[in-house]
Design a protein around this ligand. Structure first.
Ligand code: UD1
Length: 417
């Protein structure tokens, strides 16, 4: 089991470059299944989640070549339509491969997906949408078998603007006959990136980024080259890491328009931000002000940033209130923060964080991706040494987190294997 050993008390100063977006890369890798052609993808982060997705594509029959920042995927020779259970259960977003495989082959078999344990995370909205598209969905002994003669374009009203379900519907219907409409669609920037990529391949998708998306089916998609957008959650993580250490960092390769609530909350906490087209420079105050935060679907405050802000606010001057509205289990990190001396009370989906002057280093355990990142952020200011165990969760979603932090003044060593 790998761990990080963090020596706290160092200010972050310098410049950091943000990698490609994990959450955009996964559906964009899935698009390559649809074109039966060669796609060149750029800016895919080298993290466990993209590796697993590419491993699945290889097993399906894709040929994959990687060289210096480029991944070339040739999906002509796909022969299988079953997603292997051992890989499927490693991460939740494997479920969107089902939409892409269905879109091209009209059948797919997969098991219930895995992923971080941050809530029930059912896939009922995905399966309801498949049924609405004329796909037969049969569930037996943990396996889900889907098939149809043709996908029937339809109007789908999502009960909740699920990111994954919106992506799955887009992937399943891009090659369908007729026009599909998604009402109450998720509006996340990663969905815009997915639609841009598919439209470059020849798809006709309008409205991505709004809550009504229209997918006019096309007969064929072609191979293209596509660069994935930068990771807005990694950018937010570095901004908060700088803020908690009282540092000054220029965060490069950012799309500031995608993290407006994060920018506003950091300003409210007393940070000075120079927001430019592709970068944000943050200058943190000596002591942060407390905040009130409520997570919401995009364009609200992102649930993925809740844990990182939660860690940051443990040392603010005053009491913060953090409400988690999206995932019921995204407070697991709180018990670990308390080991570092944080004063946090949980009441249902609300965390009441009484800021303290300092945290004290201790051994803590990551229980999910962003929860793990929040412990690293707390460790940056905790007095002495903090050991964050179970960092495999972090490696799933952050490219070289410790190396990047060390380049701007942190001291984080990776140990174990
Ligand atoms: C994606 C992101 C994740 C982010 C989340 C919300 C990826 C790979 N992951 O996850 O980082 O935190 O969006 O912004 O892009 N739900 C159902 N039934 C369903 C689907 C979802 O009840 O069929 C519920 C979930 O349990 C959760 C909420 O809806 O409570 C949001 O889920 P969803 O938007 O689907 O998130 P993901 O796509 O899993």
């Amino acid at each position: 089991m790998k761990s990080y050993i963090i020596e706290g008390g160092r200010r972050l100063i310098g410049e950091v470059n943000i990698s490609g977006s994990k959450n955009a890369s996964l559906p964009i890798i899935a698009t390559t299944i649809l074109n039966g052609d060669i796609t060149r993808l750029y800016n895919i982060p080298q993290i466990q989640d993209t590796k697993i997705t590419l491993d699945i594509l290889k097993i399906l029959g894709c040929k994959i070549r990687k060289n210096s920042g480029k991944i070339e995927i040739n999906s002509k020779g796909i022969t299988k339509t079953e997603i292997p259970e051992n890989l499927m259960t490693q991460m939740r977003s494997t479920v969107i491969l089902a939409g892409a495989i269905l879109g091209r082959f009209k059948k797919v078999t997969f098991s219930y997906p895995g992923g971080c344990e941050i809530g029930a995370r059912p896939i009922d909205l995905h399966l309801q949408a498949f049924r609405k598209l004329g796909i037969q969905v049969e569930e037996n002994a943990g396996f889900i078998e889907c098939s149809c003669d043709k996908i029937v374009a339809s109007e789908i009203n999502l009960d909740f603007p699920s990111v994954g379900a919106t992506e799955n519907i887009i992937l399943a219907t891009t090659l369908a006959e007729g026009t599909t409409i998604i009402n109450n669609a998720a509006m996340e920037p990663e969905i815009i990136d997915l639609a841009n990529c598919l439209n470059q391949m020849g798809a006709k998708i309008a409205g991505a980024g709004t809550n009504v998306i229209k997918i006019e089916g096309v007969k064929k998609l072609k191979g293209i080259g596509y660069k994935v957008m930068p990771d807005r959650i990694e950018a937010g993580t570095f901004l908060c890491a700088t803020a908690i250490t009282g540092g000054r960092v220029r965060v490069n390769n950012v799309m500031p328009q995608c993290i407006i609530p994060v920018i506003h909350k950091l300003q409210e906490a007393g940070c000075k931000l120079d927001v430019e087209k592709n970068y944000i420079e943050i200058i943190a105050p000596k002591r942060l002000k407390p905040l009130e935060i409520k997570t919401m679907p995009y364009p609200g405050f992102p649930t993925d940033m809740q844990q990182i802000f939660g860690a940051m606010l443990t040392v603010a001057k005053g009491t913060s209130i953090v409400v988690e509205n999206i995932f019921e289990n995204r407070f697991k990190y709180i018990s670990e923060l308390k080991r570092l001396g944080a004063d946090v009370t949980l009441e249902g989906k609300t965390a009441i964080i009484k800021g303290k002057r300092k945290l004290i280093g201790a051994t803590v355990k990551a229980s999910d991706l962003r929860g793990g990142a929040s412990l690293v952020v707390a460790g940056l200011v905790a007095k002495g040494i903090t050991k964050v165990e179970n960092i495999d969760y972090l490696l799933r979603g952050y490219e070289n987190l410790n190396k990047k932090m060390n380049l701007i003044g942190a001291n984080i060593k990776e140990v174990g294997g």
